[in-house]
Design a protein around this ligand. Sequence first.
Ligand code: SF4
Ligand code: SF4
Length: 167
Amino acid sequence: MVGRYAAIACECCQCGNCCSHMQLVHTITEERGNYTFVVCNYYSGDVKEVRVDPDKIALYEDRSSIDHLPEACPFLRFDTKTGKAWCTVHLTRPDICRDYCCWRLLILDPHGRRAGRVLYRRTFISDSAALGRLWEELQPALNDLDDREWDAAFISVLTASGYRVRQ
Ligand code: SF4
Ligand code: SF4
């Protein structure tokens, strides 16, 4: 989750969405001192020891940036100046976080802002009303295409409409 994923087809913009509802997945069950914690995944039972990164201790100590997110992972924090999300246990974060990729296609609007994402094969998530409307028009025409054709048609239509699609 929040971090950089250079080796796979997605890029994190540190919005923090993915970590904002992970409290039960990373429930702290034990504090071992020196910013070391045991977390338990409520759903899988997986247990993992994590430790706050040395350069993120001050950030971790200030919980104010997640006060409005009662379901947030206990290790998520936001930089109040940039608004960017940080995983304060990035170096020792659980495997589920290391493996996570929130999209395979990223759609940017003409201003370079994130407008939508495609997850897995064809799960589309719109971040803008305009792209949502375009998707509703486009989707029926894509249903019968195979995966390769689906990607090509999707990218072609969105590009022609002024979006950029990053793979
Ligand atoms: S939702 Fe995606 S872009 Fe946002 S922090 Fe998570 S991995 Fe990064
Ligand atoms: S451990 Fe880090 S990457 Fe995983 S959910 Fe929490 S803040 Fe996000």
